[in-house]
Design a protein around this ligand. Structure first.
Ligand SMILES: Nc1nc(=O)c2c([nH]1)NC[C@@H]1CN(c3ccc(C(=O)N[C@@H](CCC(=O)O)C(=O)O)cc3)CN21
Ligand SMILES: CC(C)C(=O)C(=O)O
Ligand SMILES: [Mg+2]
Length: 290
């Protein structure tokens, strides 16, 4: 029997209640296997549209489709049990009208089983956020650097570099919070602005390249694991998994070429697989939910 049946997911009120308290830990996840590994440590798993750049090799998040977000959202919900799962609404799926946004968000909630959606934008999206929240869709706001606007912005640079732009970003954050967003992602702004916004809002702020002044932090998982080729300057690499993958695959390739793999232990009709070489299989058995 599963011991997990009584583990309740982090809820929207749980996140709201973290304002000014213990920092919120969030990471992106796109796949069931990574969700399973990350879930025990996180409050929020975001199925970010950055998956288009990280997993699809795209130059920006603009081409990411709703169908892709739903497929990966399903995988992350299946792979997790504790964290709140939120899914990014991709470019073109929500901006046209509050009604269009609701249809999109309803599909995401119904087809993935996630708890919340995230959408980019500030003052211009406040009416849409109010419309969604009034109809049972929890919304995470996203202000500062909004990557879906890359064609207007020109580059993924830090935002709020002059006072006028800082005022606009602060107004965006206030507008999405007042419209009912239960937390707000602030991307790529300097600490004083992030601190001002965090003080001004009644809901938690979650920073990415927005300093320790925020109520929580989020990073793209592949970036902090050392799997991404290039990372924004605000990323700290907590592991070098890219190197580990290269080494493992190099060993495999060398053994295949030398006919050292597969040995008898990994061949049907040979000795039963057991011992330290089989550690991966043993380990998986021990942590399965069923
Ligand atoms: N892998 C990945 N990680 C991310 O954090 C991320 C994505 N992808 N895709 C969507 C957005 C884009 N993001 C980015 C991407 C690059 C920088 C960056 O390196 N900025 C440089 C300046 C780059 C320039 O001037 O063109 C900087 O120093 O801030 C910042 C945020 C954050 N998001
Ligand atoms: C980095 C976060 C905030 C995001 O929007 C994404 O991964 O798409
Ligand atoms: Mg995103």
């Amino acid at each position: 029997m599963s011991v997990s049946a009584d583990i309740r997911r982090v809820s929207v009120p749980d996140i709201r209640a973290r304002k000014g308290g213990e920092p919120i830990v969030a990471l992106t996840a796109y796949h069931a296997h990574m969700a399973r590994l990350v879930d025990p440590h996180c409050d929020i798993l975001l199925v970010g549209d950055s998956l288009g750049m990280v997993a699809q090799g795209l130059e920006s998040t603009v081409p990411v489709t709703l169908d892709l977000m739903i497929l990966q959202g399903q995988a992350v919900v299946r792979g997790s049990r504790r964290a709140l799962v939120a899914v990014d609404l991709p470019f073109g799926s929500y901006e046209e009208s509050p009604e269009a946004a609701f249809r999109t968000a309803a599909r995401v909630l119904k087809e993935t089983g996630c708890t919340a959606v995230k959408l980019e934008g500030g003052v211009g999206m406040a009416e849409t956020i109010r419309f969604l929240v009034a109809r049972g869709v929890p919304v995470i706001g996203h202000v500062g650097l909004t990557p879906q606007a890359i064609n207007q912005l020109g580059s993924f640079r830090a935002r709020g570099r002059d006072e006028a732009e800082r005022q606009l970003i602060a107004a965006d954050a206030r507008a999405v919070a007042e419209a009912g967003a239960f937390c707000v992602v602030i991307e790529a702004v300097a600490e004083p602005l992030a601190a001002d916004i965090t003080r001004a809002l009644a809901v938690p702020t979650i920073g990415i390249g927005a300093s320790a002044a925020c109520d929580g932090q989020i990073l793209v998982l592949e970036d902090m694991l050392g799997l991404s080729e290039r990372v924004p300057r605000f990323v700290k690499r907590y592991a070098e998994l890219g190197r580990a993958v290269g080494e493992a695959v190099g060993s495999y390739a060398a053994e295949v070429r030398a006919r050292a793999f597969p040995s008898a232990a990994h061949t049907y009709g040979g000795p039963r697989p057991s011992g330290p070489e089989q550690g991966l299989h043993d380990g998986e058995k021990g942590t399965r939910a069923e």
